[in-house]
Design a protein around this ligand. Structure first.
Ligand code: FAD
Length: 486
């Protein structure tokens, strides 16, 4: 991504020496260190979108909190910059190095420590993969309070570090509510041991909140204690075709009103998303609805009583159809069909990635202006004449979590070019600020948005953030060049 090439390596950071490598070899077994071989280093140096690429020469993969502590203390004393990395599914360039920072991967930190059936509290290592945790809990009748398309690779430590939102936030709230405690290793090696399982604990500042969404800039999340809900016994999914974004909003209002306590997800995507999905994900197989609608809605309901859910759902759908609020709809007849409908929604980011290079924006704003941004950007790019040249026609797409006021706006292009970037940024952030939105709803700031933080936070707020960073990481070794503006 060309514009980031203007960044200069901070000369205050030391360069890796053979002596350093010898130290790391004394802490970790040799198979937990990757050094030298470019091919082995590459997966840790490049992000999921293939947009950001660093040049780390060393990857360390500790297995225990003690090893993390020894590594960080050494790096801090030696002024060696580091990047914490979980599943490397982040979408803002936060989890990969910019220059030669050492990658501290949590891949080997993957033990479930305990689960309390009575309270539903789970304690696990930060490197546990989200889907593995969900499968573990499913056997016990529980589930993780969050779910996202990257669940098969992203890790709970990465989820907490990015304050990931995802598909269950509407029902179960954000990680600021469900995380009960954290074990965090600070840059000087101190282990903050706060793995409590209490729902209520008003004793002093709630320090764990600082690390939720801190994107690896303050410490490494080595352990997580999290409140998990009961897995609903009855779940159903509906796919609806809608003729306008106004009707999508009206459907949402009615869903909240009529489905109330059983409503567990409300997602949307536009016709251009369907084109990408058809080209790259559901190729050959049949899309379950007519593909001519400008908008699609996925509604999930869940609860403990199937008869009750079905009754509510069918009267809700009848009302929608009778009043022509939606054009058509399909209700999943079984779990397999429900999975097919979810796969369409969850496949959109992957479809964009397969289509070429993707400019990703993750914004929150008042619902009524959400889709206007997609239309305005489409017009802007059309007026600039980039369509047909660098951009395939109709590849500005909008989808996301309607229930949380969260729009994902993607521009799928053949390549990343400085011209397209300059057309979109900072215009898109100015637009969002003008409409009282946030430039990062759930993906975080990373490398991509550090310099744009001012569009969502006042200078006094940014100053306090800088003071906190200075206090916890005085040498600035934790994930430099990211998150906070220079
Ligand atoms: P990484 O990508 O490895 O790292 C992300 C950031 O967290 C980096 O800054 C890194 O330094 C830091 N970090 C990672 N682990 C730790 C740790 N243990 N301690 C301290 N810092 C750490 N996000 C959403 O919010 N909602 C979605 O619905 C969603 N859907 C997605 C769908 C797809 C297909 C993909 C590819 C991504 C999606 N994302 C979504 C983004 C991404 O999955 C999340 O941000 C996820 O939480 C990142 O977890 P990770 O383990 O991959 O972290």
């Amino acid at each position: 991504a060309d514009k980031y090439l203007n960044l200069k390596r901070n000369p205050n950071f030391s360069e890796l020496t053979q002596e350093d490598i010898t130290f790391f070899q004394s802490v970790l077994p040799s198979n937990n260190i990757i050094v030298g071989n470019e091919d082995d280093l590459l997966p840790y140096n490049i992000d999921w979108m293939r947009k950001y690429r660093g040049k780390s020469k060393l990857i360390v993969r500790p297995k225990t909190t003690k090893q993390i502590s020894e590594i960080l203390k050494y790096c801090n004393d030696r002024r060696l910059a580091v990047v914490p990395q979980g599943g490397n599914t982040g979408l803002v360039g936060g989890g990969v190095p910019v220059f030669d920072e050492i990658v501290i991967s949590t891949n080997n930190l993957n033990k479930i420590r305990s689960f309390d059936h009575l309270s539903g509290s789970l304690i696990c290592d930060g490197g546990c993969i989200l889907e593995n945790l969900d499968n573990y809990l499913a056997e016990k009748g529980f589930m993780m309070p969050l779910d996202l398309g990257a669940k098969g690779s992203c890790q709970i430590g990465g989820n907490v570090a990015t304050n990931a939102g995802g598909l269950r936030l509407l029902r179960y709230g954000s990680l600021h509510g469900s995380v009960l405690g954290l074990e965090v290793v600070l840059p000087d090696g101190t282990v903050l041991d706060n793995l409590v399982t209490l729902r209520k604990d008003n004793t002093g500042y709630d320090i764990k909140q600082l690390f939720i969404g801190s994107e690896g800039t303050l410490g490494i999340i080595a352990g997580v204690s999290i409140q998990t809900p009961r897995k609903p016994k009855a779940v159903n999914v509906v796919l609806l075709g809608s003729n306008s974004f106004e009707k999508v909003q009206e459907t949402f209002i009615r869903a909240k009103d009529e489905l109330t306590e059983i409503l567990s997800a409300f997602e949307f995507w536009d016709a251009n998303s369907v084109k990408l999905i058809q080209a790259h994900i559901v190729q050959g197989s049949k899309f379950p609805l007519d593909t001519n609608y400008p908008f699609y809605i996925l509604i999930e309901v869940s609860g403990s009583n199937k008869v009750h859910n079905d009754e509510k759902l069918s009267s809700f759908l009848e009302n929608l159809l009778e009043n022509q609020i939606v054009g058509d709809g399909v209700v999943a007849q079984d779990e397999t069909q429900a999975k097919v409908i979810w796969a369409i929604r969850e496949g959109i980011p992957e479809a964009c990635n397969k289509a070429g290079s993707v400019y990703k924006y993750d914004l929150s704003m008042p619902l009524e202006c959400m889709y206007k941004l997609v239309e305005d950007l489409r017009r802007k790019l059309m007026d600039a004449g980039v369509y047909g040249k660098d951009l395939p026609i109709n590849n500005v797409i909008g989808f996301g979590h309607i229930g949380d006021g969260n729009l994902h706006l993607n521009v799928s292009a053949q390549n990343y070019t400085p011209e397209i970037t300059a057309l979109i940024e900072p215009w898109i952030y100015e637009w969002t600020e003008k409409h009282n939105g946030s430039i990062s709803a759930e993906h975080g700031l990373g490398l991509m948005k550090a310099e744009y933080l001012r569009y969502s936070k006042s200078s006094s707020m940014i100053n306090i953030m800088k003071k906190i960073k200075k206090e916890l990481d005085p040498n600035g070794i934790m994930n430099p060049y990211k998150f906070l503006p220079d």
